[in-house]
Design a protein around this ligand. Structure first.
Ligand SMILES: Cc1cc2nc3c(=O)[nH]c(=O)nc-3n(C[C@H](O)[C@H](O)[C@H](O)COP(=O)(O)O)c2cc1C
Length: 223
């Protein structure tokens, strides 16, 4: 739970209005979006024999389907910021419950002076077509990304990137060839806490789907 006191003044430090609609309490202008993913971003260090680094990133998201693109936002002081700025590539490795400790550790320790891969006993694997950034062998799936643009926003620089390839661990494919995301046990991030994802509630378009599709695809049958 996030505790916030009511803010009596009319404007927050950023100058935004804190007056709320009836029944709501304004908590200022904050990055309060949730749930968001927390991912392990892999990058390579060309100055140290391509030593690999991992950084935990929550400020990430898909921003275009065709061409497939995503963004990550990094503070300038992160070691990974410099590496990605130089190599212009990174991997986004999805995090699951088995990777929870590494996910947190890579978000509180810098790779500037030591290898997080070594300390955590994790496996850096090639991520073609990228040449510098490794992927995380233990991740259920990873996206290979090439930086297209870097936008300075304020506290963070946004790295806008093309998704060049996506790889999913064999074990998550069903015999029919679909991907069992439920089996991945992915985690979400909600205001400073890591959260397990609950069961499936519905599917894209279920609200207007026909009875046959609902019976076939809806968890627990028609709704
Ligand atoms: C859950 C979580 C999410 C984070 N999200 C971001 C983020 O989106 N952007 C960022 O710059 N730092 C973020 N951080 C902080 C970095 O991961 C942290 O400073 C890390 O130690 C930097 O590693 P590096 O110096 O090896 O690059 C996050 C940390 C945690 C624990």
């Amino acid at each position: 739970m996030t505790s916030r006191k009511n803010q009596p003044s009319a404007s927050s430090p950023s100058g935004s209005c804190t007056e709320a609609a009836p029944g709501f309490r304004a908590i200022g202008a904050t990055p309060y979006l949730s749930p968001v993913p927390a991912v392990l971003v892999g990058c390579g260090d060309p100055q140290r024999g391509m030593r690999s680094n991992l950084i935990t990133v929550a400020w990430t998201g898909i921003c275009c389907s065709h061409p497939p693109m995503l963004s990550i936002s990094l503070r300038k002081e992160r070691h990974s910021h410099g590496l990605i700025e130089r190599t212009r590539e990174f991997t986004v490795n999805l995090a699951n419950e088995d990777l929870l400790r590494p996910l947190d550790y890579c978000g509180v320790k810098s790779g500037r002076d030591h290898s997080k891969f070594e300390i955590l006993g994790l496996t850096a694997i090639p991520a073609p077509p990228l040449t510098h950034a490794p992927a995380l062998g233990e991740s259920p799936a990873f996206l290979c990304c090439r930086v297209k643009d870097i936008l300075p926003l304020g506290s963070h620089d946004l790295f806008l990137a093309d998704i060049l390839r996506v790889c999913v661990q064999e074990r998550y494919f069903t015999p029919s060839g679909s991907i069992d995301e439920q089996a991945m046990k992915l985690v979400g991030y909600v205001h400073g806490k890591y959260r397990a994802l609950g069961g499936e509630l519905g599917f894209f378009g279920f609200s207007i789907a026909g009875r046959e599709a609902l019976l076939r695809r809806m968890p627990g049958g028609s709704k």
